[in-house]
Ligand binder design. Structure first.
Ligand code: HEM
Length: 460
């Protein structure tokens, strides 16, 4: 059963959005509704009801793995159309979830980041070369576009030994366009008006999904012939590693789904997170100055520092900036939980087994536990003492429990290093006096955010 029980509708505010639909920014619309109706409400669209939760106590209950589990709601159901039983969209009880999880987990343990570090650095340098050229020419850089180039090349090279060469292209790699359209299709499909004809949109989607699959087949083919056992990257593990319990390996169809999943999950969200962090730094000179001091302590006036793996862990304030950006705009903004058994959420909201609630992370991150000015960008919220004092479930940008983000350390290492390198090298100018517009394509990005750059000099 997924439809909510009628008693819920008596107990909670109901916001019917059927007149307008969710529009192009459903997350921000839901945030607005939550500001209006309070931290738990029902959103109704054409007779379909969804329970949205931002309240910390309720999210804390939803995070209880004994009572709740990940739910593949309609949004992820749509993503399943092109990622099938890849890790992100697999059902909890689909055998390929546990199998791939067990095989791939070691590749994401903190220690494994040492392996990815050189590749991350190499791609960071591509971005810097490109930004140097833009700086010399006095051209603004498009921050989210370039962050996406960087994260796509990073996951392609470090995960699969495949080079998308994004910085050699004037436009993003066509994989990105197709992927964004597939994500948009997944999002817009949630807002379909019953009775209308969507066959053109569906046909375009199928073309894009087929193209994604073809790129992935190229990525896999580029590997065959090479000595597979020598590669200790994700694809190497997928192709060769046997499950610790039963000795079987992933099958070809599942490998394809995993590669699509990692190419998408591994870059869209990280790119948005770095873009928001740069946006806040450009708007907050004091925070920027503190990052500068931190990076200068490490790399002084070296023109081309060579960040070592261990140094990234010492960039604690830079990491705080990233966390604070992820608090305000967690780039995967919603995750869904389903009841394992019939239960009462918060002692008053009846959920039967299988029924679900959507956690609206950006609003969880603006609850009273964050103080009385939650809109304020303040990296001091993430000092070790502040984190210690806060309930653990107040901050959930990477989801929760055993289905939480497997790539968290990967994203944090990549993003912290890049932010630090950029702040060390450039002065950032908010030349267009940018006003934040958050674009939604299932993930979030600051749309049209550009900066101009000048190199910092040693004397500065
Ligand atoms: C799962 C966020 C980066 C791979 C998730 C989930 C969230 C999330 C919220 C849980 C979704 C749910 O419960 O339905 C983020 C954010 C990132 C990021 C905010 C960057 C700042 C990455 C990276 C990778 C990755 C870099 C891969 C290299 C995955 C995978 C899953 C996942 C495979 C599914 C895990 C499973 O269910 O077993 N991510 N992610 N993510 N993420 Fe990330």
């Amino acid at each position: 059963p997924t439809a909510l029980d009628p008693q819920i509708l008596d107990a909670l505010p109901v916001a019917d959005i059927s007149a307008t639909g969710p529009g192009g920014t459903p997350v921000q619309q839901a945030m607005g509704l939550m500001r209006e109706h309070g931290p738990v409400f029902v959103r109704r669209l054409y007779g379909r009801d969804s329970l949205f939760v931002g309240d910390l106590d309720l999210v804390t209950e939803l995070a209880d793995e004994q009572r709740f589990a990940k739910h593949i709601g309609p949004g992820l159901q749509n993503v399943r159309e092109f990622a099938a039983d890849g890790l992100f969209t697999a059902h909890n009880d689909e055998p390929n979830w546990a199998k791939a999880h067990d095989i791939l987990m070691p590749a994401f343990a903190l220690g494994s980041m040492r392996t990815y570090h050189p590749v991350m650095l190499k791609v960071a340098r591509r971005l810097i070369d490109s930004w140097d050229r833009d700086a010399r020419a006095g051209r603004p850089v498009n921050v989210p576009d370039d962050m996406t180039r960087m994260t796509l090349d990073t996951i392609g090279l470090s995960g699969f030994g495949y080079d998308f060469g994004s910085f050699e292209r004037p436009e993003p790699h066509p994989f990105v366009d197709s992927m964004v359209r597939c994500l948009e299709w997944s999002m817009k499909r949630l807002a379909r008006v019953p009775g209308r004809d969507y066959s053109l949109a569906d046909a375009a989607f199928r073309t894009d999904a087929a193209y994604l699959a073809q790129v992935v087949d190229d990525v896999i083919a580029a590997r065959s012939g090479a000595d597979q056992s020598a590669a200790d990257d994700l694809l190497g593990l997928m192709l060769t590693a046997a499950h610790p319990a039963d000795g079987t390996t992933l099958d070809a169809a599942n490998i394809r789904n995993q590669v699509i999943t990692f190419l998408i999950a591994g870059h869209e969200t990280t790119s948005g997170a770095m873009s928001f962090a740069l946006y806040y730094l450009a708007k907050h000179p004091t925070a920027l100055e503190r990052v500068r001091r931190e990076v200068d302590e490490l790399w002084g006036d070296q023109a081309d520092p060579d960040p070592a793996y261990d140094e990234i862990g010492r960039l604690t304030y830079t990491r705080q900036v990233l966390n604070e950006a992820l608090r305000l705009w967690p780039t995967a903004a919603v995750f869904s939980r389903q009841a394992r058994e019939d239960t009462l959420l918060g002692g008053r909201i009846p959920l039967r087994a299988g029924q679900s609630a959507l956690v609206l992370t950006p609003m969880l991150h603006r609850q009273p536990v964050w103080g009385d000015n939650p809109e304020l960008f303040d990296p001091a919220r993430f000092t070790p003492e502040a984190e210690e004092a806060r309930p653990v479930h107040a901050f959930k940008p990477f989801g929760t429990g055993e289905r939480a983000c497997i790539g968290r350390q990967f994203a944090l290492h990549e993003a912290t290093m890049l932010l630090a390198m950029l702040v060390h090298r450039y002065r950032l100018h908010d030349h267009a006096d940018y006003r934040l517009t958050v674009k939604e394509t299932l993930t979030l990005k600051p749309e049209g955010f550009t900066l101009t750059l000048t190199p910092r000099t040693a004397a500065e």
